[in-house]
Design a protein around this ligand. Structure first.
Ligand SMILES: Nc1ncnc2c1ncn2[C@@H]1O[C@H](COP(=O)(O)OP(=O)(O)OP(=O)(O)O)[C@@H](O)[C@H]1O
Ligand SMILES: Nc1nc2c(ncn2[C@@H]2O[C@H](COP(=O)(O)O)[C@@H](O)[C@H]2O)c(=O)[nH]1
Length: 207
């Protein structure tokens, strides 16, 4: 009895906390073996973003048609746009034994928890709200109106961090990256220990 299936890793947290930055640091590490699930969205493509790399950019009609066809593990409407995780890639990749990494907002993470309770849920938190706002302003990708909306959402999302398996504070990117990697490693070790105990128990019961 060994689980050949990969682990589903969910990194969530408010917009601007640094999920994308920490995720890039993890995937720039040559030792990283997880696979990143590219999300779909209806939001407009930002300068420098590449379709099929950063997101699969879809129209509202295309996205709604995929919802109808049950093509998402989870999806959410966030600040006026749809965002969702395509199901086929995640299921196939995990079946092939690879860990899959999702970087999604909090409502989507809640939906994943309902469908995959065995997944690993990590909440990335800012050191404080002022720094969160500074990061959103500093990123320079959103108007002040959108930033205000994202901060309002952040206040709601931060109240939900106790529902996660782990909380990592993103004070320093390399430190946060290391903590996420350690948490994943520990989860693998724990899973292996549980499976080994179950194997022994089964042997005992069968003999
Ligand atoms: N530890 C950190 N210290 C200072 N600045 C940071 C840190 N981590 C990320 N940033 C900066 O904060 C801004 C927001 O980061 P990022 O885009 O990664 O956030 P995000 O959580 O992925 O946002 P969204 O959910 O909107 O995609 C970026 O300009 C990034 O360079
Ligand atoms: N529920 C989901 N949320 C997602 C997904 N992909 C990204 N996101 C989150 O949306 C917000 C806004 O992203 P931005 O790129 O417009 O800044 C952010 O919190 C992302 O993490 C997804 O597939 N599902």
């Amino acid at each position: 009895m060994t689980s050949d299936k990969g682990l589903l890793i969910v990194l969530s947290g408010p917009s601007g906390v640094g999920k994308g930055t920490v995720r890039k640091a993890i995937f720039d590490d040559p030792d990283t073996t997880f696979k990143y699930s590219i999300s779909m969205t209806t939001r407009r493509q930002r300068d420098g973003e590449v379709d099929g790399v950063d997101y699969f950019f879809k129209t509202k009609e295309e996205f709604e048609s995929l919802i109808e066809q049950d093509k998402f593990i989870e999806y959410a409407e966030y600040v006026g746009n749809y965002y969702g995780t395509p199901i086929d890639y995640v299921v196939e990749t995990m079946e092939n034994g690879h860990d899959v990494f999702l970087e999604i907002e909090v409502e989507g993470a809640k939906q994943v928890r309902e469908k995959f309770p065995e997944a690993l849920f990590i909440f990335l938190a800012p050191p404080n709200l002022a720094q969160l706002e500074e990061r959103l302003i500093g990123r320079g990708t959103d108007s002040m109106e959108v930033i205000k909306h994202r901060i309002t959402e952040a206040k709601r999302e931060l109240k939900l961090m106790n529902l996660y398996d782990y909380v990592v504070i993103n004070e320093d990117v390399q430190q946060a990256k290391g903590r996420v990697q350690c948490i994943v490693e520990a989860s693998h070790m724990r899973r292996a220990r549980v499976e080994s105990k179950l194997r022994k128990l089964l042997l005992e019961v069968n003999n």
